[in-house]
Design a protein. Structure first.
Length: 619
């Protein structure tokens, strides 16, 4: 053993390769594994942020976006709302892209959007404060509980329990949020752990000292954020690297400025292919951050050269980065908020108003079906529902006009009905295309049910307008040939028409209001209309046999009666779809059978309606 030690000592003496250098060499050979850990941590960090944001978006159910949509023109409220929404969904990029979509679709004006963009920049700072918790160091049990590495495993456990055992979509969404947060924090810890040994590697710290150049720092921050499309994520990476101790306050300030500029790339890309208003919104976001970064850096470095801030050369930690991030965005918002009109004018100078914008746009209401909203399915569904409600009202109006045309048929009336029907066809085409795109997204269970309901309902709504045209054409045929129903036939068709008008009113009201109880009143009336259809045709045959009606008039009456009955069928389909939305296990045929066989309330409603429409006398 003595000989071996002597041999080792002699070798070290000749080669100069001591135990300390051997340890350093061993660390150097492990650097590649540290890089693997860093990359893996970054991947988990970005994935966790995406999962958590997606879960928060699902659980909000489109309500956050609806708040944004109904925003008043008050800039202060816009800032507060933009900050609140961004703090919840953990992404200023997502909020800004949503706002670009609002402006593109005409839902929001540019002046309203500016306040939200400012607020989004403030709201995104909450993420950096959450991530700064990873730097907590203390022997106190309660303080250590605040460290993400302490509570993240518990959140992960709760998250997987909610996700795996949750029977409803809300519990799954909560589980998704908890899992996303735990993955995000685990990724942050992995990145910090991977770069920690690099603090003792001179080559690495030498590279980081290059960021002392403010211009280079801004460029690096902007490029990093532009690549990963998230300022929150790039700030998180900076916080993880700060554990090496190579960053000072003076070096990170330009990088953070650059990160705020780099996040504008997402909105700029989103505005490609959009209208000029949307492009102006993206430019406002860019100008806001450019002006803010310029003012902040001039102010900071200018005063530092005169006063010499004592903290500039100090090593910055994760909390310090979060503080700088917050101060910059809050101060920029306070400074530029009074100049909202100035930013708006600057955007209009960049992209002037064209002649096309001055002229009225055709089909402007369909602009709200913007592909940007597909990333927020719950809100996109609400937009589709809003258009479907208009479509339903138009279809109702169309058929009521067709019923009225039987007594007062003019060429103008018929043309008006055909124009309405063509408009309804356009609604169906636009909605079907958009809902089909929406169905391919990663939807929550309830959202998927809502999309399915809308797709089924708009088909039935469109068919009602088709039957309106059929009735109007029958009326036009009678008017052209001077044909007239007998007095008894007119009376019966008026009663039949009133019943159809009532079922249309009940159905459309239930659809627009999402009223399940109202939808349940449709099926009894549909039952009565089926009976009315039989009675009207039966009485017609009797008149035909007695020579009180011609075959030609009989064919017209039969055609109108059949269209009435089909409309009632479509109303029944819509009502059942609305009920199925609340009870997924319900089947249309089984529902109708159950009502007829077991529901005494249903039978009573049928009896009341039969008396109302004179059927009880005919039995």
């Amino acid at each position: 053993m003595m000989k071996k030690n002597a041999l080792v000592a002699d070798t070290e003496q000749r080669t100069g390769y001591t135990d300390d250098k051997a340890e350093y060499a061993q660390e150097a050979t492990m650097d590649i594994f540290g890089i693997f850990t860093l990359v893996g941590g970054l991947a988990m960090f970005l994935y966790g942020m995406s999962v958590m944001g997606g879960g928060l978006e699902k659980i909000s159910g489109g309500r956050l976006e609806l708040f944004l949509e109904k925003l008043t023109s008050n800039p202060v409220k816009a800032v507060l709302l933009g900050a609140g929404v961004t703090a919840v969904i953990q992404s200023s990029s997502a909020t800004t892209v949503m706002v670009v979509g609002f402006v593109n679709s005409g839902i929001m004006k540019l002046s309203q959007a500016i306040g939200i963009i400012m607020g989004a920049n403030v709201g995104t700072t909450i993420t950096s404060w959450i991530l700064s918790l990873t730097g907590i160091e203390s022997e106190s049990f309660f303080i250590r509980l605040l460290k993400p590495s302490s509570f993240s495993p518990v959140l992960a456990l709760l998250g997987i329990i909610f996700y795996m055992s949750g029977k409803n979509s809300k519990k799954k969404d909560i589980g998704e949020i908890l899992l996303g947060f735990a993955i995000l924090m685990f990724g942050m810890e992995s990145m910090s752990g991977a770069v920690k040994p690099l603090a003792d590697v001179p080559e690495f710290t030498n590279v980081l000292t290059m960021f002392q150049n403010p211009i280079l720092g801004v460029i690096v921050g902007a490029v990093l954020t532009a690549v990963i499309q998230s300022s929150s994520a790039s700030v998180g990476i900076l916080q993880a690297l700060s554990i090496t101790g190579a960053f000072t306050y003076a070096s990170v300030i330009p990088i953070i400025m650059g990160q705020n500029i780099g996040t504008c790339v997402t909105a700029m890309l989103s505005s490609l292919g959009a209208n000029k208003s949307a492009k102006r919104t993206a430019f406002v976001h860019l100008y806001f951050n450019l002006i803010g970064a310029g003012v902040f850096m001039i102010f900071y470095f200018g005063l530092d050269s005169v006063i010499d801030f004592g903290f500039s050369g100090r090593t910055v930690n994760a909390a310090g980065i979060a503080l700088i991030h917050s101060i910059f965005n809050i101060c920029t918002t306070i400074i530029l908020l009074p100049f909202v009109r100035g930013l708006e004018r600057l955007a209009y100078l960049t992209i002037p108003v064209s002649a096309e914008e001055k002229s009225p746009l055709q089909d402007g209401e369909f602009k709200m079906l913007d592909d940007r909203f597909l990333q927020a399915p719950a809100f996109a569904i609400e937009l589709c529902r809003s258009l479907a409600n208009k479509m339903a009202r138009l279809s109702q109006e169309c058929f009521v006009k067709a019923i009225r045309s039987l007594n007062d048929c003019t060429k103008d009336n018929v043309e008006e009905i055909i124009v309405l029907e063509n408009r309804i066809d356009l609604y169906q085409d636009k909605l079907e295309v958009y809902l089909t795109k929406l169905s391919s997204q990663n939807l929550a269970y309830q959202d998927s049910q809502n999309v399915s309901t809308l797709l089924h309902c708009i088909t039935d709504i469109e068919r009602i307008s088709d039957h309106a045209v059929n009735v109007a054409e029958a009326a036009e045929q009678m008017n052209g040939k001077k044909l007239h129903f007998s007095k008894k036939a007119v009376e019966e068709m008026e009663v039949y028409g009133k019943a159809v008008e009532e079922i249309l009113n009940r159905t459309v009201d239930a659809f627009v209001k999402g009223d399940e109880k109202q939808a349940m009143t449709v099926e009894p009336l549909e039952e009565v209309i089926d009976e009315l259809n039989k009675v009207v045709k039966k009485h017609h045959i009797k008149r035909l046999r007695k020579g009180k009606c011609t075959i030609e008039l009989g064919l017209v009456l039969s055609d109108i009666a059949t269209n009435y009955e089909r409309v009632a069928d479509h109303c029944s389909n819509i009502a059942v779809c609305l009920i199925q939305e609340q009870d997924a296990e319900l089947e249309a045929h089984s529902y109708a059978t159950h009502l007829r066989e077991e529901d005494f309330t249903f039978e009573r409603q049928v009896e009341i309606l039969e008396e109302k429409y004179g059927l009880s006398k005919n039995k």
